[in-house]
Ligand binder design. Structure first.
Ligand SMILES: [Zn+2]
Length: 253
């Protein structure tokens, strides 16, 4: 920057901070994240960024539907760093009431594993390196491909790897995925410059492992809606007033 010698620092206004935050949120929800359409999508999974071991690191995430119809997600502090987690505490409380309905509800609050990978969408290569977030079913299929010496191999290798095809059918909770290997090995790109550019522009997947402070998560769960806090499970002591029913055998998980 040419103004460097004139002024070495700048004021960071609240307005700037707000603008930056919404820009980051816009990016998070936009082209940087791959949205998998219905049907088959051919992807190239990029190798681990230098310093990373896995090309598809995992986060344990809560997805919680709020009473106002919105939903929030965040990484679980209990699973990741053994710190208190408001969502896991709700699970504990619901399971302690002794009410089978509470117990079922608790299941929907449990964290789920989600993986992240840098990918090129072969149909839309102009979008560059995108982040693909996916459930453990896809992860397990991809690991099987990697470890199968006969039909698989290191599909992320920039020169000797191969593309993968992911087929999505169904919506929401009925969504199913199938994973296939492309028939032929291929380089990440035939153009050496493009390959270098893609490898250099891999996203730092570590940022998806961020753990929010407890208060921030509580705020997210309150959702800003006036009534949502009231509709969240009310705190109850273990074996509290609501516990009148016995815990059924089917409640072991
Ligand atoms: Zn948790």
């Amino acid at each position: 920057m040419s103004e460097k010698n004139l002024q070495n620092w700048a004021d960071w206004s609240a307005e700037d901070a707000e603008a930056e935050k919404s820009e980051v949120e816009r990016l998070d929800g936009s082209s940087e994240m791959l949205k998998l359409p219905q049907g088959k999508t051919m992807l190239r999974v990029l190798p681990p960024k230098a310093g990373m071991k896995s090309p598809m690191p995992a986060a344990s995430q809560h997805f919680i539907d709020l009473p106002d119809g919105k939903s929030v997600s965040f990484n679980c502090p209990r699973v990741h760093v053994k710190k208190p987690c408001p969502a896991c505490e709700m699970v504990d409380k619901l399971r302690a009431t002794g009410n089978p309905r509470d117990y079922d509800k608790a299941g929907s609050f449990l964290p789920k594993r989600r993986h992240y990978a840098n990918v090129i969408d072969r149909k839309n290569p102009e979008k560059g390196v995108q982040v693909f977030a996916f459930p453990k079913t896809i992860y397990e299929a991809l690991v099987s491909l990697r470890t199968d010496g006969q039909t698989g191999g290191n599909f992320t290798h920039p020169l000797k790897g191969f593309d993968v095809v992911i087929e999505k059918t169904g919506e929401k909770k009925q969504t199913e995925y199938k994973v296939f290997a492309a028939r032929n090995n291929s380089p990440l790109s035939d153009d050496a410059d493009e390959m270098d550019e893609w490898l250099a522009s891999m996203h730092d997947l570590g940022r998806f492992m961020t753990i929010l402070p407890y208060d921030e998560i509580t705020k997210k769960l309150a959702g800003g809606a006036q009534d949502s806090a009231q509709q969240l499970p009310a705190p109850r002591g273990r074996g509290g007033a609501a516990a009148g029913r016995s815990v059924g055998d089917d409640q072991e998980v």
